[in-house]
Design a protein around this ligand. Structure first.
Ligand code: HEM
Ligand code: HEM
Ligand code: SF4
Ligand code: SF4
Length: 352
């Protein structure tokens, strides 16, 4: 077939022969330890997976080192998961321990399999995106350092998926993770009239606002924002760089809990707001780290075996959740948005 540079290559081209042979014919998998899985095919062939967290943004030298490990131990085959873990796919069981030793020597620890925390799925943050309210990789590094024992030791009642999105666009799977951090803006964007007139398509900016908070201001060839209606989503800034929404003092993180995708024992669930606001505290984000640690510690102690975060809260009730975590329940937890009630009253906050 002719090769073009459009779209991803065909997935089969990237698979090892063992994977191709057993495509669609896998019988079961088992957790060998917190960093290792084995998949067993119908014909008895086995594929071992060694998983390790990565920081997502990686130096090319690190990638080359990973490639060398893959050449050495698994015929050059590895993959990245959607939660930014690297998984080495081994056919020879005797390579597992030497590979792990090499990973440790590089400063990477196998983990995240079974009843552990996952690596944090996260977004682009200050280094790359235009709308973040918080950083991504910086917070992730700090939080993972703070809860690392839960990554390498299986001491949770069930698996716990972590994620972070640096704004409400939510490129991270915040709504369906057990514990999640979201960057939030808390003040309306500033309209730079002169620049708006030169840089932006007014109808597009007006149409970009989900709450209809923006109307044209023809005398200035600009727009005005109704602060009452604005929900600080930043959509208008995406359409028009002359309406910046950053605010170093007011931007920060919210924490959501109780979401999941799995419907193994209980249907999938959306997360709800646990902590409305924590200010930006780079470079180590101590309050975010302590809060996530506390949320995991309390769950580890209180939940029943096999119970996911949201299932645990559903059993004990939200009232008790706020009690056992010591988190204050505030007016910010309550959805009091009165404009466009039928469409927007379906948020992650509590109704009244
Ligand atoms: C040979 C004739 C024309 C050509 C080649 C032309 C081409 C274009 C192009 C390339 C766009 C941009 C589309 C986009 O951004 O996706 C555009 C937008 C537009 N055109 Fe035309 N056009 C022509 C005539 C007209 C006429 C006669 C009118 C009105 C009487 C008109 C009204 C508009 C409007 C309102 C827009 C949208 C501007 C916006 O983005 O808000 N065009 N046209
Ligand atoms: C009573 C008459 C009209 C009403 C109420 C009306 C209303 C609207 C509204 C609500 C929008 C959308 C603004 C937005 O979402 O950004 C719009 C866009 C637009 N209208 Fe009208 N309009 C009227 C007449 C006209 C006429 C007579 C023309 C042209 C001859 C026209 C051309 C346009 C164009 C070009 C756009 C921009 C589309 C785009 O690029 O997004 N309109 N109008
Ligand atoms: S979550 Fe928002 S700020 Fe972060 S990468 Fe996505 S769009 Fe950009
Ligand atoms: S931040 Fe969002 S809600 Fe506020 S004006 Fe911009 S688009 Fe509208």
């Amino acid at each position: 077939m002719v090769k073009t540079d459009f779209g991803p290559p065909k997935y089969l081209d990237m698979m090892s022969d063992l994977c191709k042979r057993n495509y669609g014919k896998w019988k079961y998998h088992e957790v060998l330890d917190t960093g290792t899985l084995v998949h067993v095919a119908e014909n008895g062939e086995k594929l071992y997976t060694v998983r390790s967290a990565t920081p997502r943004l990686m130096h090319i030298d690190t990638l080359r080192a990973f490639c060398d490990l893959a050449d050495k131990y698994c015929n050059g085959f590895f993959r990245f998961t959607s939660r930014h873990s690297i998984e080495f796919l081994l056919e020879d069981e005797s390579n597992i321990e030497p590979l792990k030793a090499d990973l440790h020597a590089m400063g990477y620890s196998p983990g995240g399999v079974g009843n552990t925390i996952s690596n944090m799925l996260h977004t682009q943050g200050w280094i790359h995106c235009h709308t973040p309210a918080i950083d991504a990789s910086g917070i992730v590094k700090a939080v993972m350092d703070g809860v690392f024992d839960y990554y390498t030791e299986a001491k949770l009642p069930a698996r716990l998926r972590l994620s972070l999105a640096c704004c409400l666009n939510m490129c991270g799977a915040v709504h369906c993770s057990d514990v999640a951090i979201v960057g939030i803006h808390r003040v309306p964007p500033k309209v730079l009239d002169e620049k708006v007139a030169k840089m932006c398509e007014i109808p597009n900016v007006v149409a970009a606002c989900p709450t209809r908070a923006i109307r044209p201001e023809p005398s200035k060839k600009s727009v005005v924002i109704n602060d009452e209606k604005c929900m600080y989503c930043g959509n208008c800034y995406t359409m028009c760089p002359a309406i910046p929404i950053f605010d170093p003092k007011n931007d920060g993180a919210a924490i959501f809990v109780g979401g999941k995708v799995s419907d193994a024992r209980h249907p999938a669930m959306f997360s709800k707001l646990a902590v409305p606001y924590i200010p930006n505290e780079p470079p180590k984000w101590p309050t975010v780290v302590q809060t996530v640690r506390m949320l995991i510690d309390v769950y580890a102690k209180d939940a029943k075996q096999g119970e996911r975060y949201g299932e645990w809260i559903n059993r004990i009730g939200w009232e008790r959740f706020f009690k056992v975590t010591g988190l204050p329940f505030t007016d910010k937890h309550i959805d009091d948005y009165i404009f466009s009630i039928p469409t927007f009253r379906s948020t992650a906050t509590f109704k009244w």
